[in-house]
Structure formats: C-alpha cells, structure tokens
Design a protein around this ligand. Structure first.
Ligand code: ZN
Length: 237
C-alpha cells in the first residue's frame, strides 16, 4: 500500500502501479475519519496504518457503493467495531435494487456492487449538507445515483469518489479515458455527472482527491477543462 501523507489528509493507495484504488484518512483532533475502504484485501493495510497513528477510527464514510470502495469495510470494522458507518440515503438502496426514480436519468446503473450488500447496516444515511466532523456532505450523483463528495471546511480539500478520476489525466466519469478506462465502464449518467462537477466548482476546492489517481492541487482550471471536454462529447453524440 502506498501512503501519501499531508497535513489533514493521508491518501492510502492499493495497487498504486496498475489499478490505483484510493482511501483517505482525515485526522480530526485526536480521532480519524476514513473515506472509502478499497477492496477486500485493502482492509488489512488500512487497519495497520490506522494503528500506527495511535488514534481511534470513529467514522467511515463511503462515497458510493462499488466494490472497490466498500470492499475493505468488513476487515476494518473487525478492528474498529465502534466506528460509525455512513453512506448516502440514495446509494444504500442500490444494494437491494437498481430501480431509478422518475426524476433521475433513465440509464442503467453500472459497476460492481457487493452481492450481499454492506456487511453491516449503515449507522447513518447521509444527505446534502450533513456534516461529519469537518466534512460537509455534497450530493454529487452521476457515477452512481447516490454518489457523494466530501468537502473539508478547514482547508478546502474535496473528496469526490469516482465523480472524477485523476489517473490517466483529470476526466469526468462517463468520459472515455483510454489510459484508465475503468471508471467510465462503471459510470451511470454523464449529464448528471457534468451537473455535479459544476456544483463542486462552486465550493472552490483547493485540492481534489479522487478514488483513482493522484491528488490534484488547485484544481479549478483542470476542472473547467474537464467540463469542456465532457460537454463537447455530449454535443457530438
Ligand atoms: Zn465507482
């Protein structure tokens, strides 16, 4: 597991060379929040890193329900059984059935969700504007109908799950990226994703942290470029 450690943000990456899958540890005073949990075999490495810090893990937030983001949850909960598990209210429904609401884009929900759902019932179902420590929940559907982003109000760090990828160059999910095509293959609706990227721009993030790929400082210009690319793709369809 590769660790990139910054103040108020540690990026923990499983398979950094070929299929990077990120989870993030966010320190809050004397405790930690984990964003996403990687795949099943990521769990052990994440637990080891948390134990090294000596701090307690009190919150686990899942940006969406795909197996490469929730797979490590079981292992992590064995080590930290009291950690509160949170996921969006919309996303949790997808473990049971993939039906869409009438107001949502009528596109198939893609990507791999664990067949048995989450190993525990989530303690908290999140919606826009909720807070967990310093993190504000922003509903950013598109990759999946219930995907969320998290904005750290202390420093402007923004954690977007798979709404965008930085592996292979910054790309909005749903836009093809031949250098790392997997997020596109698992994405639900591009138009919804474009609207969500416009929404996160209004937060003026200072750093973008994605589910797949490196951290991106001062992402505004790159986000605007990615939006242009996505819109021109929409037009040419
Ligand atoms: Zn995903």
């Amino acid at each position: 597991m590769k660790i990139v450690r910054q103040q108020k943000l540690w990026q923990l990456t499983t398979f950094p060379l070929f299929f990077p899958i990120n989870a993030y540890l966010i320190p809050e005073d004397d405790r930690l929040t984990l964003i996403d949990t990687g795949i099943g075999r990521s769990g052990k490495g994440i637990v080891e890193e948390i134990k090294k810090t000596g701090a307690n893990l009190t919150h686990i937030i899942l940006t969406h329900g795909h197996s490469d983001h929730v797979g490590g949850l079981k292992e992590i909960l064995l080590a930290f059984p009291d950690a509160e598990v949170a996921i969006s209210k919309r996303e949790v429904k997808l473990f049971k059935q993939k039906d869409l609401f009438a107001f949502e884009a009528q596109q198939p929900v893609r990507g791999s969700f664990p067949k048995m759902g989450l190993p525990v019932r989530p303690d908290r179902l999140l919606k826009d504007g909720d807070m967990i420590g310093s993190l504000i929940v922003i509903e950013t559907p598109g990759h999946t109908p219930g995907s969320i982003s998290l904005y750290d109000e202390r420093n402007g760090h923004l954690f977007v799950g798979d709404l965008l990828q930085t592996r292979g160059g910054l790309t909005i999910c749903g836009v093809p990226n031949w250098r790392f095509p997997f997020p596109k293959m698992g994405s639900w609706d591009l138009e919804t994703s474009i609207a969500s990227v416009q929404k996160i721009l209004s937060y003026q993030p200072t750093l973008l942290a994605t589910g797949h790929g490196r951290l991106l400082d001062n992402p505004e210009t790159a986000l605007l470029d990615a939006l242009d690319q996505a819109r021109s793709m929409q037009k040419n369809r």
